[in-house]
Design a binder for this molecule. Structure first.
Ligand code: ZN
Ligand code: MN
Length: 465
């Protein structure tokens, strides 16, 4: 028996525009006093007229472009009708027939996941349950949402997680959303069914998954559950039933919520209060020009600098972090790139650094003097230079961290050490490994400033005479 999971993901991303999707209310709703960011439009009062947020539309197109989508130049909004307490109008303004963005794709490992659409819509209010009562907060009502729908091309829970991380990385690169799953500014609904020897189990859509681990566990639970159910049912022909299931994070189980409604049940129709939205080819091209260098491109660029997969990954993970690296490394020298990468991923990763405070000259100075500094001194100096803004070489001098690489000076000291330690010299003649003691004496005589490698070489040379 061969079982192939068929997994798709619907991802909702809350855009961090200043105002809401169809009114001027403040869209920032976290920790706000309930029902203070509201007006007749987002409360759904009769007669209130929606006005689309231009920035939100542009960001939806921008995201579509980043996902390799085709952009529909002419689109229109539609009403999706359903009743729910947190939906004051009893319809959501969304896009069904003509989304802003269609037919994109996203590469995750070796899989090319097709993206069906990225469309613009609005968020609902929130039901808050307190002491057995349900309260409603409409601060979130009308906040711009983009829904990204993948084709069912995702083969496993692990790839689903990676897909989500990539979407999160892209929207953060674009600066259009915090995409924080725990805070709900990124939400996802997996759909799963199985192909078991050519027969298909009924598709389940999973709601209320509120963490990345939850997504993986819920998908795996559903794969197991559908496999067991198939063994009981022995489906005779392909199932077309669709169900909606909830995810219970405490029990780590999905449970049946409802037999799925088709889109006909929502009675979609064009939003009569908003005229069609038109973006010309030129306007779309202008938006394309604002796209930053995306993570995959950054990664390839760093690999071309001979950096390891590990380094390239860490450096391209976050837009801000890679911008810092790019500012410091503005040449194509792989040795310098590796030197800087080690400092950024090493000592500087332990503190919060900002692009504004980073001084590329500090890195160049340390690099040019790296032969006179121990590696631990370099690590300390870059931190001190970052925090104080002082020149790292001056700091090194002030703290006596510069190693003496002057052969003459070290040779003089080495001769003194040899003369003062006849027993250690005799030991060395019997066992060359015991040179460590003499190097130690030489370092001590130089007050720690002698370059250890050079000291070793000079001692060996003098002792072999
Ligand atoms: Zn409003
Ligand atoms: Mn939606």
């Amino acid at each position: 028996m061969t079982t192939t999971p068929i997994i798709g993901l619907e991802v909702h991303i809350e855009l961090k525009t200043k105002s809401k999707m169809f009114c001027g209310c403040d869209a920032q709703h976290f920790h706000a006093e309930p029902n203070t960011h509201t007006c007749p439009v987002c409360l759904g009062l009769p007669g209130a007229l929606p006005v689309p947020n231009k920035t939100a539309c542009e960001w939806c197109i921008k995201l579509g472009l980043a996902l390799g989508c085709t952009i529909n130049e002419e689109t229109f909004f539609e009403r999706k009708n359903y009743f729910y307490p947190d939906l004051a109008k009893s319809y959501q303004i969304t896009q069904l027939q003509k989304p802003f963005s269609i037919n994109g794709h996203l590469k995750v490992d070796e899989f090319d996941i097709r993206i069906n659409r990225a469309h613009q819509e609005e968020d609902t209010g929130k039901s808050v349950h307190v002491n057995g009562e349900t309260l409603l907060d409409f601060n979130r009502s009308g906040v711009p949402l983009v829904e990204i729908v993948s084709e069912p091309d995702i083969p496993s829970p692990e790839i689903a997680k990676k897909y989500l991380l990539k979407i999160q990385q892209i929207v953060r690169y674009l600066g259009i959303s915090d995409a924080d799953i725990e805070k709900g500014s990124m939400r996802c609904e997996p759909t799963i069914n199985l192909n078991i020897d050519g027969k298909f189990t009924p598709m389940a859509e999973i709601k209320n998954v509120a963490s990345l681990t939850g997504v993986m566990t819920a998908i795996q639970y559903e794969i197991d559950r559908q496999t067991q159910q198939f063994e009981i049912d022995h489906i005779e022909k392909n199932s077309t039933n669709k169900t909606t299931r909830g995810w219970d994070a405490d029990k780590q189980q999905t449970f049946l919520q409802r037999e799925k409604e088709g889109s006909a049940d929502y009675r979609y129709f064009p939003e009569p209060d908003i005229p069609p939205i038109i973006f010309t080819k030129e306007q779309i091209e202008e938006i394309r020009q604002t796209l930053p260098e995306m993570p995959d491109v950054k990664f390839a660029k760093y690999k071309a600098l001979n950096l390891s997969d590990y380094d390239a990954n860490l450096l391209s993970e976050d837009a801000g972090f890679s911008a810092i690296f790019d500012r410091i490394v503005n040449n194509n020298d792989p040795t310098y790139a590796k030197f800087v990468a080690n400092l950024l991923i090493g000592p500087l990763k332990t503190i919060e650094i900002t692009l504004e405070k980073i001084n590329p000259t500090h890195f160049k100075t340390l690099y040019d003097n790296k032969d006179k500094l121990s590696s631990s001194a370099i690590k300390q100096l870059i931190l001190d230079a970052y925090n104080s803004g002082d020149d790292p070489l001056e700091l090194a001098q002030k703290n006596n961290l510069l190693q003496v690489s002057d052969t003459g000076a070290i040779e003089t000291l080495a001769k003194e050490v040899i003369a003062a330690n006849p027993k250690a010299v005799a030991d060395y003649q019997k066992n060359p490994l015991s040179i460590g003691f003499l190097i130690g004496q030489l370092m001590k005589a130089s007050k720690g400033s002698a370059n250890p490698q050079l000291s070793k070489e000079i001692l060996e040379k003098l002792l072999s005479l």
